[in-house]
Design a protein around this ligand. Structure first.
Ligand SMILES: Nc1ncnc2c1ncn2[C@@H]1O[C@H](COP(=O)(O)OP(=O)(O)O)[C@@H](O)[C@H]1O
Ligand SMILES: [Mg+2]
Length: 268
C-alpha cells in the first residue's frame, strides 16, 4: 500500500462508506453463528494480490471497534503483510510460536486499538510448509479462543500453497476473497473445490474491487449515502465523485470489500 508509513488503523475511517461495508460483513457473520459459534475465521483466496491481507486487517479493525476483543494472525509466512499494514515488527510472531515453542503472550503485539492485538508472521524460514501441521495450529487457535472473542487469520492463497488447508481445518469458518475483474471463474471454483475436499466450512465469498468493476451496483450515491469521504478514508485520497475510490491500480486506496458477503452456511 502506498501509505506504508501510517498504520492502517489510522487511515481506516469509521465514517467512510467502506467502514459501513465491513460492519455489514461482520453482521452477516454474526447472523450465521447459530447454532455454532464463529470465533475463528480464515480469510483466503485463490492466488496472491486479491486482497486477503487488507480485508482481514479491515475486518479485524471493524470487530475491535465494535468492542470485540480481537486478534489478527498473519499466517502467510511466505509473503507476510500484516506487520507492514500495522507498522509492527515482523519478528517474534507465528513462526516463533509454532516453530520454536514461544508462548503467544511473548509475541502478541498491541495496536492503537484497545481491542485489537496482532500476531505477526515472525522470522523467515526456509521451508514454511513444514511449519504447518494441524496439531500446532489447532493448539494455538484453541488457546487464543480462550483469551479473545474473535480470531481473524490472514493466509496464503489456496491454489499454489497447501497451508490454507491445514488452517481451514482448525477454524470455525472460511471466507474466500474473489477480486472482481481479476479472479477467473474457473480459478475461484477450483479453490472452492479444494477447500470442500478438505472439509473446510466455507462461509461465503467476499467480492473485492466491486466498486470498480460493478460501479452501478456499488455506487453509494445511488443509495443517497454519498456524504462521506472519498475513496478509502480520509478524503485526501481517491478520485472524488460518485463512485470514487479504488481500483486495481488505485494502490493508495484500500480494497473494497464487497457488498456481497458470506451467503451460505455450510457448503461442505
Ligand atoms: N479493491 C482494491 N483497490 C485498490 N487496491 C487494492 C484493492 N484490493 C487490494 N488492493 C491492493 O492490492 C495489493 C494486494 O493486496 P493484499 O491485501 O496484500 O492481497 P493478498 O493478501 O491477497 O496478496 C495491496 O497493495 C492492496 O492495497
Ligand atoms: Mg497477503
Amino acid at each position: 500500500m502506498a501509505r506504508a508509513s501510517i498504520p492502517i488503523t489510522e487511515y481506516f475511517s469509521q465514517e467512510s462508506p467502506l467502514a459501513t461495508e465491513y460492519r455489514r460483513l461482520l453482521q452477516n457473520l454474526r447472523r450465521m453463528e447459530s447454532p455454532g459459534e464463529l470465533k475463528s475465521i480464515l480469510v483466503t483466496s485463490s492466488v496472491t494480490g486479491e486482497g486477503k491481507s487488507t480485508i482481514s486487517s479491515l475486518l479485524a479493525i471493524t470487530a475491535a471497534r465494535k468492542g470485540r476483543r480481537t486478534v489478527l494472525i498473519d499466517c502467510d509466512i511466505r509473503r507476510p503483510a500484516i506487520h507492514r499494514l500495522f507498522q509492527l515488527e515482523r519478528y517474534n510472531g507465528l513462526v516463533e510460536v509454532i516453530g520454536e515453542g514461544m508462548g503467544y503472550k511473548d509475541v502478541v503485539k498491541k495496536t492503537s486499538l484497545e481491542n485489537l492485538d496482532v500476531i505477526t508472521a515472525g522470522k523467515l524460514i526456509p521451508q514454511p510448509s513444514e511449519l504447518f501441521n494441524t496439531s500446532s495450529i489447532d493448539t494455538l487457535i484453541r488457546e487464543l479462543k480462550f483469551y479473545y472473542d474473535f480470531l481473524i487469520i490472514d493466509s496464503p492463497p489456496v491454489i499454489p500453497v497447501s497451508d490454507p488447508m491445514v488452517l481451514a481445518q482448525c477454524v470455525d469458518g472460511v471466507i474466500l476473497i474473489v477480486k472482481a475483474g481479476e479472479t477467473a471463474r474457473e480459478v475461484a471454483l477450483r479453490s472452492v473445490e479444494i477447500m470442500k475436499n478438505n472439509q473446510a466450512n466455507i462461509l461465503g465469498v467476499v467480492l473485492n474491487n466491486a466498486k470498480n468493476r460493478l460501479p452501478y451496483y456499488y455506487d453509494y450515491s445511488h443509495y443517497h449515502y454519498d456524504y462521506g469521504p472519498r475513496g478509502f478514508a480520509d478524503g485526501r485520497h481517491g478520485t472524488g465523485g460518485r463512485s470514487a475510490g479504488s481500483g486495481p491500480t488505485g494502490q493508495s486506496n484500500p480494497p473494497e470489500p464487497a457488498a456481497s458477503s458470506p451467503g451460505k452456511k455450510r457448503t461442505t
